[in-house]
Design a protein around this ligand. Structure first.
Ligand code: URA
Length: 433
């Protein structure tokens, strides 16, 4: 098999075989196929696409390019959720302890934030002492003991995807639906849960700007999951405004804890209950949404979900007292309101710019190596459809540097469109696949 012939075949619109895809991915991972040939292949795929079979073969080849987690010693149903990324997305922090109390086993690999989107690991690390650097043995034992463990992605997990993603990033070939679907699903499959619920975000703060594209991506990913023998569902959720009110790191942990106390913002609580109930239904524990949601409400009301979160924090070296006193989590020294410059209704929020606001304050990463300030962030006081008067607070910034706060404030104001006519509020759940 010559890489030249495969590139030619794909360039001319042909279909690659399973064997060709597997060999190509193996040889690229071990360095026998150079970046320039793989770049040409990515561009050929960008223009001619992959069909359903090719997408599945590509995913399986990437899944098996490294280690597939061995979760066989974990008793019970292993479940995982994945978000395609957004602003203010602290869903994993709240939903995983809730479903763990209900009996699911959460053995989860999470990532760090990059660019305008945040990452679960950074958020958790704002709890003093908390570590996601676990040995595989600790990881599995912790899931067996308390039903939940979250660790950082190991370098051995889907290494082909790591290499390919870096290549796609610099060759303008990231935004191809089958490549995105196979990239995400290869890592999910290598993490080896029995049940996967995907939270596919759409809107100004998401990868998929249109609902149509988000549905198509969700369909591709669920088909891959089914093809690989996993129970896979997708929820399409709104990212045309930040999720909940908190954006940052420690501040998002606080909001997740509020939610576990039954005091979370309405949109975020609704998403947590929707993802949680889909996990319970997909795992066969409940056969309808209202019973699953009632079970989730019970673990909030009796405090067991909050206690589970505390047990999880403690098991990973964190100080659990912060779970009961989240007001003690790191908080920046300056509190700076961003006020409205006119009366009117909020028509739109450019969510990517709002993510950028947190990044400017120091709460996000520009490159993978950047250090971040876990204490900064913002709370959003007015969302789409709300009426504000001139001088009223739109958001509160938490900053450690006045110049950064000024720049972030301007960015935030520019992210909002305020008009005279009344506008509808946004729905959080847009579809389910
Ligand atoms: N996230 C991924 O992991 N891969 C992609 O291709 C896009 C987003």
């Amino acid at each position: 098999m010559r890489m030249y012939d495969l590139i030619l075949k794909k360039r001319n619109g042909g279909k690659l075989t399973e064997d060709e895809i597997r060999t190509m991915i193996t040889d690229y991972t071990n360095g026998s196929i150079p970046d320039y040939q793989m770049s040409a292949m990515m561009m050929a795929i960008y223009f001619n696409g992959l069909d359903k079979d090719e997408t599945l073969w590509m995913t399986l080849a990437m899944e098996h390019s490294g280690e597939v987690l061995d979760l066989s010693s974990i008793k019970g149903i292993k479940a995982d959720k994945h978000s395609t990324g957004g602003v203010g997305d602290k869903t994993s922090l709240a939903v995983t302890p809730m479903v763990a109390v209900c009996g699911l086993k959460i053995a989860k690999m999470s990532g760090r934030g990059l660019g305008h989107t945040g990452g679960t690991i950074d958020k958790l690390e704002s709890i003093p002492g908390f570590s996601t650097d676990l040995t595989p043995e600790h990881f599995v034992n912790q899931v067996n003991d308390i039903g939940i463990a979250i660790m950082g992605q190991t370098k051995d997990l889907a290494p082909a995807d790591k290499k390919l993603y870096a290549l796609r990033d610099v060759t303008a070939t990231v935004d191809q639906m089958s490549l995105i679907a196979s990239s995400i699903m290869s890592k999910k499959l290598a993490s080896n849960a029995d049940v996967i619920v995907l939270d596919v975000k759409t809107g100004s703060g998401a990868f998929m700007k249109s609902l149509e594209d988000a549905k198509a991506l969700a369909k591709e990913m669920t088909e891959i999951g089914h093809g690989a023998g996993k129970v896979t569902k997708a929820v399409i959720s709104n990212m045309d405004q930040p999720l909940g009110r908190a954006v940052g790191n420690a501040i998002e942990v606080r909001e997740a804890i509020d939610t576990l106390n039954g005091e979370g913002p309405e949109d975020f609580t609704k998403l947590v209950f929707t993802i949680g109930s889909q996990l319970l239904i997909a795992s066969g524990m409940y056969d309808n949404e209202s019973d699953a949601k009632a079970a989730l409400q019970k673990v909030i009301d009796d405090g067991s979900a909050l206690n589970k979160f505390a047990a999880f924090v403690k098991a990973q070296g964190g100080d659990e007292s912060y779970v009961y006193h989240p007001e003690n989590l790191p908080c920046a020294k300056l509190t700076v309101p961003v006020v409205a410059e006119r009366d009117g209704y909020i028509k739109a929020m450019d969510c990517e710019k709002i993510g950028l606001t947190s990044l400017i304050l120091g709460g996000g990463r520009v490159t993978k190596e950047s250090a971040i300030d876990l204490s900064v962030g913002l709370t959003i006081e007015a969302k789409v459809g709300d009426y504000v008067k001139k001088g009223e607070t739109l958001a509160v910034l938490y900053a450690n540097d006045e110049a950064k706060a000024k720049e972030a404030g301007e960015t935030y104001r520019n992210a909002l469109t305020i008009v005279d006519e009344a506008c509808e509020k946004q729905k959080i759940i847009l579809d389910m696949i």
